[in-house]
Design a protein around this ligand. Structure first.
Ligand SMILES: NC(=O)C1=CN([C@@H]2O[C@H](COP(=O)(O)OP(=O)(O)OC[C@H]3O[C@@H](n4cnc5c(N)ncnc54)[C@H](O)[C@@H]3O)[C@@H](O)[C@H]2O)C=CC1
Ligand SMILES: O=C(O)[C@H]1O[C@H](OP(=O)(O)OP(=O)(O)OC[C@H]2O[C@@H](n3ccc(=O)[nH]c3=O)[C@H](O)[C@@H]2O)[C@H](O)[C@@H](O)[C@@H]1O
Length: 440
C-alpha cells in the first residue's frame, strides 16, 4: 500500500516549512497555493522566502519525489490530511484576525476531500474558529464526515526549520479522537523523541497559541520599559536582563531590549487577543497595555534621535541599517525599521537604507535602498542600526569614517561593538544605556 498523501494549503513561511518538514519524515506532500508565481518558483526548487537551510531541504524533498506543487486543489484529492496555513491578517475594521482566506481554503478542501478527511488549522485563529468551521462542514458536507483539528504553529522566522525539527511541544486540539490521533501520527517522529504532545479541545489549543505570543510580547515590552528606566537612572540593560534571566523562573530569552516587537505575528496576535477579550466581556488589560506601550515605542525612539541631532531632522541625511523586522529573515511585515524609515521621511529627512536580504520600496522622494553599508552611510549625519544582522555586529565602522557627515550611531539593537578600537572616535547611543561620547 502507498503512503497516504498529505496536503498543505498555503505555502508561505509556515506552510512551506511544514511541507518540507513532513516530506523529510517520508510523507508524500502536495502543496497548494493560489499564488501561481510562488508555485512556479517552488516547482523549480526556488524558495520564495529567505530562510536558513530551506533551499537545500526543499531540493532534497523534490529530488526524492516527496513533494509537489500545484495551484489546483483538485490535485490533492487523494490526501486524507490537509494542513491549512493561509494568512489571518488583522482586520482594519475589527482588529481581529481575518478569516476569509481560511474559510475559502476550507471550502475548497471540502469540495474535493474524500470521506473522513481531516482538516488541520495551522493558521493562528480566534478562539472558537475551529468549532465554527466544524459546524459549517457538518452543515454543508454532512455526507463526508470531515473533521477540523487545531494544530497551532510555534516556529520563528529565521530559525523556522530548526524550530520545526526541534519543537518544544506539539498542540493538537479536536473534538474527534480518531482525527486527533491521525494528526498525532503525522508527528510520530517527535513522539518517538519524547516531545510533549498536548491533546486537547480546539478552544484550548487556539488559546494556547494566542497566550504564548501575548506572553512573549509582554516579556519583550517589560524589558523595554526597564530599558527606558536604565537610560535615565543609569546602568546597563544587558546586565539587568542577564541578572534577572539567570533566575530560572524568569529565563534568559526574550529579554533583549529593542525598538519594540514587530513582525507578522506579535502585533496582529496581541491585537486579536485584546479584541477577543473585549468581545467576550473579559478585557485583557495586560495585553492592551502592552500593545499601547509597544505602539508608542517607535515615537519615543524618534524623539531620542531628534534630541541627539539637535531637534531638526528635516534636511538631514540618515542611514538606516536593517529593514527586516528582525535578523535572518526577509520579512518586513510590521517591521520597526520600516516604521522608523517612514517616520524619518515624514520629518523631512533623507533616508538611505541597507539590508543584507530584505527589500522595501517606499514611494517617497529622499529614500533610497543601497547595496552596501558604506553606500547607505554616505553623507549621513546619523547611522541608525534597526535590525540585529550579524553583518552589523562585525562591521568595522572605521572604514566609513571618511564618508559620514557625523560619527554618530544610534543602535536600537545593541549589536554594535562598543569595545572596538574605532568606537572611541564615535558618539554611540544605544537602547538601554546612556550615550557613550567620543573621546578620541
Ligand atoms: N510567519 C510565522 O512565523 C508564523 C505564522 N503563523 C500563522 O500562520 C499563518 C500563515 O502565516 P504565514 O505563513 O506567515 O503567511 P504567508 O502570507 O507567508 O503565507 C500564506 C500563503 O497562503 C496562500 N493562500 C491564501 N489563501 C489561500 C487559499 N484559499 N488557498 C491556497 N493558498 C492560499 C497565500 O498565497 C500565501 O502564499 C498565519 O495565521 C500566521 O499567524 C504561526 C506561526 C508562525
Ligand atoms: O506566531 C508567530 O508567528 C510566531 O511569532 C514569534 O516569532 P517571530 O515573529 O518569527 O519572531 P520573534 O523572534 O518571536 O520576534 C518577535 C519580535 O519581538 C522582538 N524581540 C524578540 C525577542 C527579544 O528578546 N526582543 C525583541 O525585541 C523581535 O525583534 C521581533 O520584532 C514567536 O516567537 C513564535 O513562537 C511564533 O510562532
Amino acid at each position: 500500500m502507498t503512503a497516504a498523501e498529505v496536503c498543505v494549503v498555503g505555502v508561505g513561511y509556515v506552510g512551506l516549512i511544514q511541507a518540507v518538514g513532513l516530506a523529510s519524515f517520508g510523507q508524500k506532500v502536495v502543496c497548494v497555493d493560489l499564488d501561481v508565481r510562488k508555485i512556479e518558483m517552488l516547482k523549480k526548487g526556488v524558495p520564495p522566502i529567505f530562510e536558513e537551510g530551506l533551499e537545500e531541504t526543499l531540493s532534497t524533498a523534490i529530488d526524492d519525489g516527496m513533494i509537489s506543487f500545484t495551484a489546483d486543489i483538485a490535485d490533492a484529492r487523494r490526501a486524507d490530511l490537509f494542513f491549512v496555513a493561509v494568512g489571518t491578517p488583522t482586520s482594519e475594521r475589527t482588529g481581529n484576525a481575518r478569516l476569509d482566506y481560511l474559510e475559502a481554503a476550507v471550502s475548497d478542501i471540502a469540495e474535493i476531500a474524500k470521506d473522513g478527511a481531516v482538516v488541520v488549522v495551522k493558521s493562528t485563529v480566534p478562539i472558537g474558529t475551529c468549532a465554527g468551521l466544524q459546524l459549517r462542514l457538518d452543515r454543508d458536507h454532512p455526507e463526508k464526515r470531515l473533521h477540523i483539528v487545531s494544530n497551532p504553529e510555534f516556529l520563528r522566522e529565521g530559525t523556522a526549520l530548526k524550530d520545526f525539527f526541534n519543537p518544544e511541544r506539539i498542540v493538537i486540539g479536536g473534538a474527534d479522537e480518531a482525527a486527533r490521533e491521525r494528526v498525532k501520527a503525522s508527528y510520530a517522529a517527535f513522539a518517538d523523541r519524547g516531545i510533549p504532545m498536548i491533546l486537547t479541545d480546539t478552544s484550548t489549543s487556539e488559546t494556547i497559541k494566542y497566550a504564548a505570543n501575548a506572553f512573549l510580547a509582554t516579556k519583550v515590552t517589560f524589558i523595554n520599559e526597564i530599558s527606558d528606566l536604565v537610560e535615565t537612572v543609569g546602568g546597563d540593560i544587558e546586565q539587568v536582563a542577564r541578572g534577572i534571566g539567570l533566575d530560572s523562573r524568569i529565563g534568559p530569552q526574550f529579554l533583549r531590549a529593542g525598538p519594540g516587537y514587530g513582525g507578522s505575528c506579535f502585533p496582529k496576535d496581541t491585537l486579536a487577543l485584546a479584541t477577543i477579550g473585549r468581545r467576550h466581556g473579559v478585557q485583557q488589560q495586560i495585553v492592551e497595555t502592552v500593545i499601547r506601550i509597544n505602539d508608542s515605542r517607535r515615537f519615543r525612539i524618534l524623539k531620542r534621535i531628534e534630541a541627539a541631532m539637535g531637534d531638526k531632522l528635516s534636511g538631514k541625511r540618515l542611514a538606516v541599517l536593517g529593514l527586516a523586522f528582525k535578523a535572518d529573515t526577509d520579512d518586513v511585515r510590521d517591521s520597526p525599521a520600516v516604521d522608523i524609515v517612514h517616520a524619518l521621511l515624514e520629518e523631512g529627512a533623507e533616508v538611505r537604507s541597507y539590508d543584507p536580504v530584505a527589500r522595501f520600496a517606499v514611494d517617497h522622494r529622499g529614500y533610497s535602498q543601497c547595496d552596501s553599508i558604506a553606500a547607505a552611510c554616505e553623507g549621513a549625519s546619523a547611522v541608525l542600526v534597526a535590525t540585529e544582522w550579524a553583518d552589523f555586529k562585525s562591521f568595522d565602522f572605521s572604514t566609513i569614517e571618511s564618508v559620514v557627515e557625523r560619527r554618530y550611531i544610534f543602535d536600537m539593537r545593541r549589536v554594535v561593538d562598543v569595545e572596538a578600537p574605532w568606537a572611541p572616535r564615535w558618539d554611540i547611543e544605544r537602547i538601554g544605556s546612556p550615550m557613550q561620547r567620543a573621546t578620541a
